[in-house]
Design a protein around this ligand. Structure first.
Ligand code: ADP
Ligand code: MG
Length: 242
């Protein structure tokens, strides 16, 4: 369960996130939809305790991100899009193990988890090879395994399919659906209405750090009397930019 409560972040001149509030239940995928610069990454980095809010807070599995950041980190996995940032000179296994140990896992527990993920993500053939020469899809799987090795109950995805080809995108989308099956609370950020509509149970639309709308895609379509959610989004965000 994720409870976001008037969460805000201002950088010197920019109000990147402006008093946003929403909840995500277990087994639910919430789509965080917004254009470039809307505040998606800033929001997710605060929830993952990588960045301190300047106002409000969030509670994750009962732990406050300000008061109990170590507990929150145990419950949260985060996967970024773009360059996944692995160590080229380490093997896939070593990359995941390094991260597991950073997260306070014992070696034995981490080994068990990595073995399970190697099986689940079909990485057996290359788990002991250095990642330097891996294809994008292979790297993506290692990044996925790394994000979930500590069995978090909350998963955050920040535009995870950006720059991926169809096959690699499918791997990520299947993984997100697996997380839902496993009853995790999930936030998926994207600037693509179509992708969000396909995966998400509910959508939060943000622009300039503020929530403009929230609801299921059916609710939004009905409310704006438009079958094309991309158009609903353009209308909302366009209006807000004027
Ligand atoms: N470290 C930072 N310092 C100053 N401004 C930042 C920083 N990070 C993000 N911003 C600004 O905050 C706003 C929201 O950024 P971001 O959360 O990255 O948006 P999104 O992920 O939706 O594209 C943007 O105006 C961006 O320029
Ligand atoms: Mg971003």
């Amino acid at each position: 369960m994720i409870e976001v409560k008037s969460l805000s972040k201002s950088f010197k001149k920019v109000q990147a996130v402006d008093e946003i509030s929403f909840n995500v239940s277990k087994g639910e995928i919430l789509g965080l939809l917004g254009e470039n610069g809307a505040g998606k990454t800033t929001t997710l980095r605060m929830l993952a305790t990588m960045l301190k809010p300047t106002g409000g807070t969030a509670v994750i599995e009962g732990y406050d991100i300000l008061k109990q950041p170590e507990m929150v980190r145990k419950e949260v996995g985060i996967l970024f899009g773009g360059e996944v940032g692995l160590y080229d000179r380490l093997t896939a296994y070593e990359n995941i193990m390094y991260f597991a140990e950073l997260n306070g896992m014992k070696k034995e527990e981490a080994t068990k988890s990595i073995n399970y993920l190697t099986e689940m993500l079909d990485m057996k053939e290359y788990i002991t090879r250095r990642v330097g020469k891996f294809s994008r899809g292979m790297k993506q799987k290692v990044a996925i395994a790394r994000s979930i090795v500590h069995s978090p109950s909350v998963m955050l995805f920040d535009e995870p399919t950006i720059g991926l080809d169809v096959t690699a995108s499918k791997i990520v989308q299947d993984f997100i659906l697996k997380c839902k099956e496993d009853n995790k609370s999930i936030i998926f950020s994207s600037h693509s209405m179509n992708e969000v509509e396909k995966l998400c149970d509910r959508i939060v639309i943000i622009s300039k750090g503020k929530i403009l709308e929230e609801g299921t895609s059916d609710y939004l379509k009905k409310k704006y009397n438009n079958e094309d959610l991309e158009q609903v989004f353009m209308k909302l965000v366009g209006g807000h930019n004027e």
